[in-house]
Design a protein around this ligand. Structure first.
Ligand code: HEM
Length: 412
């Protein structure tokens, strides 16, 4: 995920490139950035380093001894980090211990067991729009599906999803529109206040759930986290809260955008949509190409643990380094003809889920949800086409790429 909730909660001062307020053509935008700024450059305005090429982003994502995920080690105010610390923002050895607690629940095998439930939810959502001949892929399918699935895994009522959506939006998106004209310090302060308030609400919500599960454990992730022990010690309440928050937000926003981005990609080549409807076995590979071509999570964030040289630039100890996933996924050294959306691309070693010890825990779940949802959509509805009279509007976020809405027409 999203270098998402935890990063946003601890590093609210991330300043998106202004173009990210409307990232319609990621290939063009990231190619322009790579060309303008070179492989590695310091962003004066945002005060972090930016890394654009595939090999370097891979290094930043995976060399955890040099590029730490734990900003508290370098912060002027480490107390700001007590909230929101989770596996995403810890280094080994703690990272390994925390990850081992949940990794079993997210293996492809464990996740495969919920495939029938994912299919049932998808059918149910599509039943509600089948008669209409039109739907918004985001509001009617790709938002509710992952949030229902992750709520059920965590053991929280999926009826609370309107609240989850508001919290997720507040953490991951923001009022970036006014950034270009605004003062960066004021902007950062606004983001900080929003994120803090949202985390307070989220934590209050999960505190009630934890209290209930302590009294009456169930077969869900929250109960498992409460019972979990690392070397005879339970997780602290702050760790469990951070975990639940991360899973809730990471578990829905990115997958929503994967499905939305898939529709945008397929819609650009209607013959691909027809081909996939006829040969659904091509879907997994097509989804990998969507992940590369319109990566839902745009970046990974790290801190240099030592002075490190990249392409002749010296990054000082403690400075923040952003690895642009989306730029890496368009690097011509790693992908021949990166501008072409090619569902038969092999190999396709995209970095959409990161790399190394922080490789996305939810990747098997995200892939399965996308495969099932898109498979059922293409099986049940014919001639799915985006409504051309409504221009695509993308989410305003430095972290996430996806359409805000995706209205389509179809024949049931
Ligand atoms: C980590 C992307 C879906 C949970 C990551 C990372 C990326 C990513 C790039 C690495 C972050 C880093 O190295 O700093 C995505 C994308 C998704 C997706 C593109 C959907 C298309 C999910 C889902 C879940 C999830 C469905 C949970 C159910 C996590 C967690 C981590 C993570 C817990 C942290 C792993 C660690 O630090 O060890 N994700 N994610 N993600 N993701 Fe995802």
């Amino acid at each position: 995920m999203l270098a998402l909730v935890a990063m946003r909660s601890i590093v609210p001062m991330i300043n998106p490139r202004d173009f990210l307020t409307q990232l319609l053509y990621p290939y063009d935008s990231f190619t322009a950035l790579r060309t303008d700024f070179g492989p590695v450059s310091y962003n004066e305005r945002a005060r972090f380093w930016e890394v654009f090429e595939y090999d370097d982003v891979l290094r930043v994502a995976s060399e955890h001894e040099t590029f730490s995920s734990d900003g508290s080690k370098f912060a002027a105010h480490p107390e700001e980090f007590t909230k929101g610390q989770s596996i995403l923002t810890t280094d080994p050895p703690r990272h390994r211990q925390l990850r081992s607690l949940v990794s079993q629940a997210f293996t492809p095998r464990a996740i495969a067991s919920i495939a029938p439930r994912i299919a049932a939810i998808t059918h149910n959502l599509l039943d509600q729009v089948a008669e209409q001949g039109s739907m918004d892929i985001i509001a009617d399918l790709s938002y509710p599906l992952p949030v229902i699935v992750i709520s059920e895994l965590l053991g929280v009522p999926s009826e609370d999803r309107a609240r989850f959506k508001r919290w997720s939006d507040d953490i991951v998106f923001s009022e970036y529109d006014d950034l270009s004209s605004g003062n960066l310090e004021e902007y950062n302060e606004r983001v900080r206040i929003t994120v803090r308030r949202t985390l307070d609400e989220l934590y209050d919500y999960f505190r009630v759930v934890l209290a209930e599960r302590r009294l009456q454990p169930r077969q869900d992730l929250v109960s498992e986290l409460l019972a979990a022990q690392i070397e005879g010690q339970s997780l602290s309440e702050a760790e469990i809260l951070a975990f639940c928050t991360l899973l809730l937000i990471a578990g829905n926003i990115t997958t929503t955008n994967l499905i939305g981005n898939a529709l945008l990609c397929f819609d650009e080549q209607p013959e691909v949509m027809d081909q996939l409807a006829k040969s659904p076995e091509l879907l997994p590979q097509a989804i990998e190409e969507v992940l590369r071509y319109r990566s839902p999570a745009l970046l990974v964030g790290r801190y240099a643990t030592r002075e490190v040289e990249l392409h002749g630039q010296t990054i000082p100890t403690g400075q923040m380094v952003i690895g642009w996933i989306s730029s890496a996924n368009f690097d011509p050294c790693a992908f021949p003809q990166p501008e072409v959306f090619d569902i038969t691309r092999t190999p396709n070693r995209h970095l959409a889920f990161g790399h190394g010890i922080h490789f996305c825990l939810g990747a098997p779940l995200a892939r399965l949800e996308a495969k099932i949802a898109l498979g059922i959509l293409l099986e049940r509805f014919q001639q799915i086409r985006r409504k051309r009279d409504q221009p695509v509007e993308t989410i305003h976020s430095a972290f996430i790429l996806g359409p805000k809405h995706c209205p389509v027409t179809f024949k049931a």
